[in-house]
Design a protein around this ligand. Structure first.
Ligand SMILES: *Cc1c(COP(=O)(O)O)cnc(C)c1O
Length: 392
Protein backbone atom coordinates (compact mmCIF):
# COMPACT_ATOMS: atom_id res chain seq x y z
CA UNK A 1 0.00 0.00 0.00
CA UNK A 2 1.31 3.44 -0.82
CA UNK A 3 2.44 5.67 2.00
CA UNK A 4 1.05 9.18 2.47
CA UNK A 5 4.50 10.49 1.56
CA UNK A 6 5.53 9.29 -1.91
CA UNK A 7 7.86 6.35 -1.26
CA UNK A 8 10.84 7.64 -3.28
CA UNK A 9 13.21 7.62 -0.31
CA UNK A 10 14.74 4.55 1.33
CA UNK A 11 14.57 6.13 4.75
CA UNK A 12 16.28 4.90 7.89
CA UNK A 13 13.80 4.09 10.70
CA UNK A 14 14.92 7.17 12.63
CA UNK A 15 13.34 10.53 13.27
CA UNK A 16 14.62 13.53 15.10
CA UNK A 17 12.79 16.29 16.89
CA UNK A 18 15.61 18.53 18.10
CA UNK A 19 19.17 19.40 17.32
CA UNK A 20 22.07 21.12 19.01
CA UNK A 21 25.47 21.61 17.37
CA UNK A 22 26.51 18.21 15.96
CA UNK A 23 23.83 16.36 17.97
CA UNK A 24 20.34 15.22 16.96
CA UNK A 25 17.75 14.05 19.46
CA UNK A 26 14.87 11.60 18.98
CA UNK A 27 11.48 11.93 20.67
CA UNK A 28 12.70 9.73 23.55
CA UNK A 29 15.78 12.00 23.98
CA UNK A 30 18.31 9.55 22.51
CA UNK A 31 21.26 11.56 21.18
CA UNK A 32 22.86 10.79 17.83
CA UNK A 33 26.18 12.29 16.73
CA UNK A 34 25.52 13.80 13.30
CA UNK A 35 28.47 13.32 10.96
CA UNK A 36 26.26 13.90 7.90
CA UNK A 37 24.82 17.34 8.66
CA UNK A 38 21.71 16.61 6.60
CA UNK A 39 23.96 15.87 3.59
CA UNK A 40 26.44 18.72 4.04
CA UNK A 41 23.68 21.27 4.66
CA UNK A 42 23.82 22.09 8.38
CA UNK A 43 27.29 23.60 7.96
CA UNK A 44 27.06 25.46 11.29
CA UNK A 45 25.42 22.54 13.08
CA UNK A 46 21.88 22.47 14.43
CA UNK A 47 20.23 25.36 16.27
CA UNK A 48 23.14 27.76 15.76
CA UNK A 49 22.22 30.83 17.86
CA UNK A 50 23.19 33.29 15.10
CA UNK A 51 20.98 31.52 12.55
CA UNK A 52 18.05 31.28 14.96
CA UNK A 53 18.41 34.99 15.67
CA UNK A 54 18.50 35.86 11.95
CA UNK A 55 15.45 33.72 11.13
CA UNK A 56 13.42 34.88 14.14
CA UNK A 57 14.14 38.55 13.52
CA UNK A 58 13.27 38.36 9.83
CA UNK A 59 10.30 36.09 10.63
CA UNK A 60 8.73 38.84 12.71
CA UNK A 61 9.31 41.53 10.07
CA UNK A 62 8.56 40.12 6.60
CA UNK A 63 8.55 36.70 4.96
CA UNK A 64 8.00 37.16 1.27
CA UNK A 65 7.50 39.87 -1.31
CA UNK A 66 8.68 38.18 -4.58
CA UNK A 67 11.32 39.24 -7.04
CA UNK A 68 8.98 41.91 -8.41
CA UNK A 69 10.64 44.13 -5.80
CA UNK A 70 14.07 44.81 -4.39
CA UNK A 71 14.99 42.47 -1.51
CA UNK A 72 17.57 44.13 0.77
CA UNK A 73 18.81 40.84 2.31
CA UNK A 74 19.26 39.40 -1.18
CA UNK A 75 21.36 42.35 -2.32
CA UNK A 76 23.43 42.11 0.88
CA UNK A 77 24.08 38.39 0.44
CA UNK A 78 24.96 38.86 -3.25
CA UNK A 79 27.43 41.59 -2.28
CA UNK A 80 29.05 39.32 0.29
CA UNK A 81 29.42 36.51 -2.25
CA UNK A 82 30.74 38.83 -4.96
CA UNK A 83 33.24 40.33 -2.55
CA UNK A 84 34.65 36.94 -1.55
CA UNK A 85 34.67 35.07 -4.90
CA UNK A 86 35.50 35.24 -8.62
CA UNK A 87 31.90 36.29 -9.29
CA UNK A 88 30.42 39.66 -10.28
CA UNK A 89 26.77 38.68 -10.00
CA UNK A 90 24.46 36.15 -8.31
CA UNK A 91 21.07 34.54 -9.06
CA UNK A 92 19.35 33.01 -6.02
CA UNK A 93 17.39 29.76 -6.04
CA UNK A 94 15.67 27.49 -3.51
CA UNK A 95 17.73 24.39 -4.17
CA UNK A 96 20.86 22.99 -5.74
CA UNK A 97 19.32 21.63 -8.88
CA UNK A 98 17.80 25.02 -9.68
CA UNK A 99 21.29 26.51 -9.33
CA UNK A 100 22.84 24.03 -11.78
CA UNK A 101 19.86 24.56 -14.12
CA UNK A 102 20.49 28.31 -13.99
CA UNK A 103 24.19 27.68 -14.68
CA UNK A 104 23.47 25.63 -17.80
CA UNK A 105 20.83 28.07 -19.04
CA UNK A 106 23.26 30.94 -18.50
CA UNK A 107 26.03 29.18 -20.46
CA UNK A 108 23.71 28.49 -23.39
CA UNK A 109 22.40 32.05 -23.32
CA UNK A 110 25.95 33.41 -23.32
CA UNK A 111 26.75 31.55 -26.51
CA UNK A 112 23.44 32.63 -28.00
CA UNK A 113 24.28 36.26 -27.25
CA UNK A 114 27.75 35.79 -28.74
CA UNK A 115 26.33 33.91 -31.74
CA UNK A 116 28.94 31.17 -31.44
CA UNK A 117 26.60 28.32 -32.36
CA UNK A 118 27.74 26.45 -29.23
CA UNK A 119 25.14 24.70 -27.07
CA UNK A 120 26.57 21.40 -25.81
CA UNK A 121 27.59 20.86 -22.18
CA UNK A 122 30.26 18.32 -21.27
CA UNK A 123 29.81 16.53 -17.93
CA UNK A 124 31.55 13.63 -16.18
CA UNK A 125 30.53 10.10 -15.31
CA UNK A 126 29.74 9.73 -11.62
CA UNK A 127 28.66 13.35 -11.37
CA UNK A 128 25.46 14.51 -9.69
CA UNK A 129 23.86 17.84 -10.49
CA UNK A 130 20.33 17.40 -9.15
CA UNK A 131 17.02 15.79 -10.07
CA UNK A 132 15.28 18.00 -12.61
CA UNK A 133 14.91 16.50 -16.07
CA UNK A 134 17.69 18.80 -17.22
CA UNK A 135 20.08 17.80 -14.49
CA UNK A 136 19.45 14.04 -14.65
CA UNK A 137 20.12 14.40 -18.39
CA UNK A 138 23.29 16.31 -17.50
CA UNK A 139 24.62 13.62 -15.15
CA UNK A 140 23.36 10.83 -17.37
CA UNK A 141 23.67 7.89 -14.94
CA UNK A 142 21.06 5.21 -15.55
CA UNK A 143 20.04 5.07 -11.88
CA UNK A 144 18.90 8.70 -12.23
CA UNK A 145 17.40 8.61 -15.74
CA UNK A 146 15.83 5.16 -16.16
CA UNK A 147 12.17 5.42 -17.12
CA UNK A 148 12.17 9.23 -17.17
CA UNK A 149 12.97 9.65 -20.86
CA UNK A 150 12.95 11.30 -23.27
CA UNK A 151 15.91 13.10 -21.78
CA UNK A 152 17.12 16.57 -22.63
CA UNK A 153 19.63 16.56 -25.48
CA UNK A 154 22.84 18.60 -25.51
CA UNK A 155 24.86 16.84 -22.81
CA UNK A 156 28.03 14.92 -23.59
CA UNK A 157 29.29 12.52 -20.92
CA UNK A 158 32.95 11.67 -20.52
CA UNK A 159 34.66 9.31 -18.05
CA UNK A 160 35.88 11.02 -14.86
CA UNK A 161 39.62 11.72 -15.02
CA UNK A 162 40.03 10.70 -18.67
CA UNK A 163 41.88 13.59 -20.32
CA UNK A 164 41.97 12.00 -23.78
CA UNK A 165 38.22 11.36 -23.76
CA UNK A 166 37.63 14.96 -22.67
CA UNK A 167 39.75 16.37 -25.50
CA UNK A 168 38.05 14.05 -27.98
CA UNK A 169 34.61 15.23 -26.81
CA UNK A 170 35.34 18.91 -27.46
CA UNK A 171 34.18 20.31 -30.77
CA UNK A 172 32.79 23.56 -32.19
CA UNK A 173 29.43 22.91 -30.51
CA UNK A 174 30.93 22.74 -27.00
CA UNK A 175 29.46 25.55 -24.90
CA UNK A 176 30.62 24.60 -21.41
CA UNK A 177 32.26 21.99 -19.21
CA UNK A 178 30.45 21.36 -15.91
CA UNK A 179 32.31 19.64 -13.07
CA UNK A 180 32.18 19.15 -9.31
CA UNK A 181 35.65 20.08 -7.93
CA UNK A 182 35.02 17.25 -5.48
CA UNK A 183 32.46 14.70 -6.66
CA UNK A 184 30.03 14.24 -3.77
CA UNK A 185 27.30 11.69 -4.49
CA UNK A 186 29.78 9.88 -6.74
CA UNK A 187 31.82 8.92 -3.66
CA UNK A 188 33.96 11.91 -2.59
CA UNK A 189 36.37 12.07 -5.52
CA UNK A 190 38.48 15.23 -5.55
CA UNK A 191 39.61 16.58 -8.90
CA UNK A 192 43.38 17.23 -8.62
CA UNK A 193 44.35 20.93 -8.59
CA UNK A 194 46.38 20.58 -11.79
CA UNK A 195 43.33 19.13 -13.57
CA UNK A 196 41.19 22.14 -12.62
CA UNK A 197 44.03 24.39 -13.80
CA UNK A 198 44.21 22.41 -17.05
CA UNK A 199 40.45 22.70 -17.52
CA UNK A 200 40.62 26.46 -17.01
CA UNK A 201 43.37 26.75 -19.65
CA UNK A 202 41.54 24.48 -22.08
CA UNK A 203 38.30 26.46 -21.72
CA UNK A 204 40.13 29.77 -22.24
CA UNK A 205 41.85 28.49 -25.37
CA UNK A 206 38.67 27.11 -26.90
CA UNK A 207 36.11 29.75 -25.93
CA UNK A 208 34.30 27.33 -23.62
CA UNK A 209 32.73 28.32 -20.29
CA UNK A 210 33.80 26.48 -17.15
CA UNK A 211 30.97 25.69 -14.72
CA UNK A 212 31.69 24.39 -11.22
CA UNK A 213 29.05 22.59 -9.21
CA UNK A 214 30.15 23.42 -5.64
CA UNK A 215 26.77 22.58 -4.14
CA UNK A 216 28.30 19.94 -1.86
CA UNK A 217 32.01 20.86 -1.73
CA UNK A 218 31.53 24.62 -1.32
CA UNK A 219 30.71 26.84 1.66
CA UNK A 220 33.74 26.01 3.77
CA UNK A 221 33.48 22.24 3.44
CA UNK A 222 37.11 21.78 2.31
CA UNK A 223 38.59 24.49 4.53
CA UNK A 224 38.24 27.29 2.00
CA UNK A 225 34.97 29.08 1.20
CA UNK A 226 34.97 27.22 -2.15
CA UNK A 227 36.89 24.05 -2.97
CA UNK A 228 38.34 25.37 -6.24
CA UNK A 229 40.22 28.08 -4.31
CA UNK A 230 42.87 25.48 -3.44
CA UNK A 231 43.75 25.28 -7.16
CA UNK A 232 43.45 28.97 -8.01
CA UNK A 233 41.47 27.95 -11.12
CA UNK A 234 38.27 29.98 -11.05
CA UNK A 235 35.13 29.14 -13.04
CA UNK A 236 32.96 31.39 -15.21
CA UNK A 237 29.79 30.14 -13.52
CA UNK A 238 29.29 28.28 -10.23
CA UNK A 239 26.31 26.55 -8.61
CA UNK A 240 26.10 26.71 -4.80
CA UNK A 241 23.48 25.41 -2.35
CA UNK A 242 23.41 23.04 0.66
CA UNK A 243 25.65 24.82 3.24
CA UNK A 244 24.77 28.31 2.02
CA UNK A 245 21.46 28.29 3.90
CA UNK A 246 22.69 26.24 6.87
CA UNK A 247 19.42 24.26 6.70
CA UNK A 248 17.13 26.89 5.22
CA UNK A 249 16.44 26.03 1.54
CA UNK A 250 18.69 28.33 -0.51
CA UNK A 251 20.88 28.04 -3.57
CA UNK A 252 22.79 30.42 -5.80
CA UNK A 253 24.27 30.63 -9.26
CA UNK A 254 27.36 32.85 -9.29
CA UNK A 255 28.90 34.21 -12.49
CA UNK A 256 31.32 36.65 -13.99
CA UNK A 257 29.84 39.69 -15.70
CA UNK A 258 30.96 38.28 -19.06
CA UNK A 259 29.36 34.83 -18.56
CA UNK A 260 26.10 36.47 -17.44
CA UNK A 261 25.88 38.64 -20.54
CA UNK A 262 22.74 36.93 -21.88
CA UNK A 263 20.77 36.96 -18.63
CA UNK A 264 18.87 40.19 -19.11
CA UNK A 265 15.52 41.19 -17.54
CA UNK A 266 12.80 38.65 -18.20
CA UNK A 267 15.06 35.79 -19.32
CA UNK A 268 14.97 33.79 -16.07
CA UNK A 269 13.23 33.88 -12.71
CA UNK A 270 11.78 32.18 -9.65
CA UNK A 271 8.97 33.07 -7.26
CA UNK A 272 10.69 32.14 -4.02
CA UNK A 273 14.39 32.23 -4.88
CA UNK A 274 16.33 34.53 -2.56
CA UNK A 275 13.34 35.47 -0.44
CA UNK A 276 13.80 37.61 2.70
CA UNK A 277 13.81 34.65 5.13
CA UNK A 278 16.29 32.58 3.12
CA UNK A 279 18.65 35.49 2.57
CA UNK A 280 18.52 36.60 6.21
CA UNK A 281 19.81 33.16 7.15
CA UNK A 282 22.25 33.11 4.21
CA UNK A 283 23.78 36.41 5.35
CA UNK A 284 24.22 35.04 8.87
CA UNK A 285 25.93 31.90 7.52
CA UNK A 286 28.32 34.03 5.46
CA UNK A 287 29.08 36.28 8.44
CA UNK A 288 29.94 33.36 10.70
CA UNK A 289 32.12 31.73 8.03
CA UNK A 290 33.94 35.03 7.44
CA UNK A 291 35.00 35.27 11.08
CA UNK A 292 38.69 34.96 11.89
CA UNK A 293 39.79 31.39 12.36
CA UNK A 294 36.67 29.67 10.95
CA UNK A 295 38.40 28.05 7.96
CA UNK A 296 41.51 27.33 10.03
CA UNK A 297 39.26 25.46 12.45
CA UNK A 298 37.88 23.35 9.58
CA UNK A 299 41.40 22.47 8.44
CA UNK A 300 42.62 21.66 11.94
CA UNK A 301 39.67 19.44 12.85
CA UNK A 302 39.78 17.74 9.47
CA UNK A 303 43.44 16.83 9.95
CA UNK A 304 42.54 15.22 13.27
CA UNK A 305 39.60 13.33 11.72
CA UNK A 306 41.69 12.18 8.80
CA UNK A 307 44.38 10.77 11.10
CA UNK A 308 41.83 8.90 13.16
CA UNK A 309 40.15 7.46 10.06
CA UNK A 310 43.47 6.36 8.55
CA UNK A 311 44.20 4.50 11.76
CA UNK A 312 40.73 2.85 11.74
CA UNK A 313 41.20 1.75 8.14
CA UNK A 314 44.56 0.22 9.07
CA UNK A 315 43.03 -1.64 12.04
CA UNK A 316 39.92 -2.89 10.20
CA UNK A 317 41.08 -3.92 6.73
CA UNK A 318 38.13 -6.33 6.43
CA UNK A 319 35.68 -3.42 6.87
CA UNK A 320 37.37 -0.35 5.37
CA UNK A 321 39.54 0.04 2.29
CA UNK A 322 40.72 3.65 2.16
CA UNK A 323 40.03 7.27 3.10
CA UNK A 324 39.87 10.13 0.61
CA UNK A 325 38.51 13.64 0.31
CA UNK A 326 39.32 17.12 1.42
CA UNK A 327 38.67 19.07 4.62
CA UNK A 328 35.44 17.91 6.27
CA UNK A 329 34.25 16.23 3.08
CA UNK A 330 35.57 12.72 3.55
CA UNK A 331 34.74 9.40 1.97
CA UNK A 332 35.67 6.08 3.53
CA UNK A 333 35.56 3.35 0.92
CA UNK A 334 34.27 0.17 2.47
CA UNK A 335 35.00 -3.50 1.94
CA UNK A 336 31.61 -4.59 3.30
CA UNK A 337 28.52 -2.96 1.70
CA UNK A 338 28.46 0.72 2.73
CA UNK A 339 24.79 0.45 3.78
CA UNK A 340 25.82 -2.05 6.46
CA UNK A 341 28.43 0.34 7.82
CA UNK A 342 25.93 3.21 7.94
CA UNK A 343 23.41 0.91 9.70
CA UNK A 344 26.06 -0.30 12.20
CA UNK A 345 26.75 3.38 12.87
CA UNK A 346 23.06 3.85 13.77
CA UNK A 347 23.43 1.06 16.35
CA UNK A 348 26.10 3.21 18.01
CA UNK A 349 24.13 6.47 17.58
CA UNK A 350 26.36 7.77 14.82
CA UNK A 351 25.03 9.26 11.57
CA UNK A 352 27.01 8.99 8.32
CA UNK A 353 25.82 9.17 4.72
CA UNK A 354 26.21 6.49 2.05
CA UNK A 355 27.67 7.55 -1.29
CA UNK A 356 28.68 6.12 -4.67
CA UNK A 357 31.61 3.71 -5.10
CA UNK A 358 30.71 2.00 -1.80
CA UNK A 359 31.82 4.87 0.42
CA UNK A 360 30.37 6.23 3.61
CA UNK A 361 30.50 10.01 3.58
CA UNK A 362 31.61 11.92 6.64
CA UNK A 363 30.28 15.46 6.25
CA UNK A 364 30.04 16.84 9.79
CA UNK A 365 28.90 20.31 10.70
CA UNK A 366 31.95 22.54 10.23
CA UNK A 367 31.74 23.60 13.88
CA UNK A 368 32.63 20.13 15.22
CA UNK A 369 35.37 20.10 17.83
CA UNK A 370 38.25 17.61 18.06
CA UNK A 371 36.36 16.09 21.03
CA UNK A 372 33.29 15.56 18.81
CA UNK A 373 35.56 13.96 16.22
CA UNK A 374 37.12 11.67 18.85
CA UNK A 375 33.62 10.62 19.91
CA UNK A 376 32.65 9.95 16.28
CA UNK A 377 35.81 7.88 15.80
CA UNK A 378 35.03 5.83 18.93
CA UNK A 379 31.52 5.14 17.63
CA UNK A 380 32.73 4.26 14.15
CA UNK A 381 35.29 1.93 15.70
CA UNK A 382 32.52 0.22 17.67
CA UNK A 383 30.51 -0.15 14.44
CA UNK A 384 33.55 -1.57 12.65
CA UNK A 385 34.15 -4.01 15.52
CA UNK A 386 30.60 -5.32 15.11
CA UNK A 387 31.04 -5.78 11.36
CA UNK A 388 34.55 -7.19 11.63
CA UNK A 389 33.44 -9.71 14.24
CA UNK A 390 30.56 -10.84 12.05
CA UNK A 391 32.69 -11.25 8.93
CA UNK A 392 35.19 -13.48 10.81
C1 LIG B 1 22.90 17.95 -3.57
C2 LIG B 1 23.54 18.28 -4.87
C3 LIG B 1 22.80 18.78 -5.95
C4 LIG B 1 21.30 18.94 -5.90
O1 LIG B 1 20.88 19.81 -4.91
P1 LIG B 1 19.32 19.80 -4.46
O2 LIG B 1 19.25 20.89 -3.44
O3 LIG B 1 19.04 18.45 -3.92
O4 LIG B 1 18.54 20.10 -5.68
C5 LIG B 1 23.48 19.12 -7.10
N1 LIG B 1 24.82 18.98 -7.19
C6 LIG B 1 25.56 18.49 -6.18
C7 LIG B 1 27.04 18.37 -6.33
C8 LIG B 1 24.95 18.11 -4.99
O5 LIG B 1 25.67 17.61 -3.99
Amino acid sequence: MITPVLPTYARAPLSFVEGEGPWLMTEDATRYLDMGAGIAVAALGHSHPRLIEALETQGRRLWHTSNLYEIPNQTKLAEMLVERTFADTVFFTNSGTEATEAAVKMARKYHHAKETGRDEIITFNGSFHGRTLGMISAAGAEKLTKGFGPLLPGFVHVPFGDHDALHAAINDRTAAIMIEPVQGEGGILPVPDQCLQGLRKLCDEQGILLIYDEIQCGMGRTGKLFAHEWSGATPDIMAVAKGIGGGFPLGACLATEEAAIGMTAGTHGTTYGGNPLACAVGCAVMEVMAEDGFMEHVSRVSGHLRQGLDSLVARFPDVFELVRGSGLMIGVKCVVPNGEVVAAGYDHKLLTVPGGDNVIRILPPLIVTTQDVDEALRRLEAAATDLSGRAA
